[in-house]
Design a protein around this ligand. Sequence first.
Ligand SMILES: Nc1ncnc2c1ncn2[C@@H]1O[C@H](COP(=O)(O)OP(=O)(O)OP(=O)(O)O)[C@@H](O)[C@H]1O
Length: 321
Amino acid sequence: MRAMLLVNPKATTTNARTRNVLLRALGAAVELAVEETAYRGHAATLAATARAKGYDLVVVLGGDGTINETVNGLLNPVNGAPEPLGDDPSMSRPALAVIPGGSANVFARALGLPNNPVEATGAVLEALREGRRRTVGLGQALWEGESRYFTFCSGMGYDAEVIRAVEGLRGTGRKATPARYVNTALRHYLATDKRRPAMTLTGPGIPRARGVFMAIVSNTSPWTYLGSRPVQPTPWAGFETGLDLLGLRRMGVMALLPVIRHILTQRDSLPSGKHLVQLHDEAEFTLTADRPVAFQLDGDYLGEREAVTFRATPNALQVLV
Ligand SMILES: Nc1ncnc2c1ncn2[C@@H]1O[C@H](COP(=O)(O)OP(=O)(O)OP(=O)(O)O)[C@@H](O)[C@H]1O
């Protein structure tokens, strides 16, 4: 088996020691090429090359941002090559394995991998030995002629505004800890628009929902983690189903508090309330806005948008777990 290991040396919890452990352990099991990412977007180019060269497996040591780039490199056609046909396009792409090396590592943890890179390496090696793979679907967001796949979530509104603010702080050298997200979210709550909802939700067979302030779109659950605690606004979302959504039509404290309490404490039941818009296992829907709204994908801030379509991509990749 030919594998390419992609390492983001700048990811929050990636270091030379973890990299060496992984390199030795994987190198003993497969024919291994190692590549370090040198800039933003590099992982997508490297993953696309791995696919074009017929590698069987791409292993990522990094955070959710590097995994997102890798997945996009694996799915986007190389040099105009036709997309694979058939019921299970995942079979024609290199398989994926992930070793958590970022700050939140939502994708790896949602797959059930340990958050510790050495333990996760053990789990991936075991999956390799036993031929254990899981076929996962991805989400795809499409806007203004652009598109990008996501592994665990996307969103428009308040959550994307918070991610934008945290990215601003990271630009000044501060780390993205759970406490920083919570503090930023609380502080930013005062500034976010709680009076004029901008968005409308539409989709084939979906009742039109107007007056949406913020929307979380999920390809899996949890949506994120606060330390070790899973946060589950869309607890029924899964890699094997279509996309889920939780939209909020009120942003006042009295409307938000019960929802926050629910998504922090309940694992299986949906939050309830007339001000909520909820979708489960949908193939496609669109959020349009009457003014530009902050947009994020897999925790990456992607600017302000007025219309984004979200589409489920079933059987996208085989993942070693
Ligand atoms: N050599 C590099 N120098 C600077 N940035 C890089 C480099 N290699 C990759 N990147 C970029 O760093 C970004 C963040 O990386 P990554 O997601 O792996 O780690 P993280 O930010 O620590 O984790 P998380 O996404 O969980 O917060 C990615 O979007 C990637 O494009």
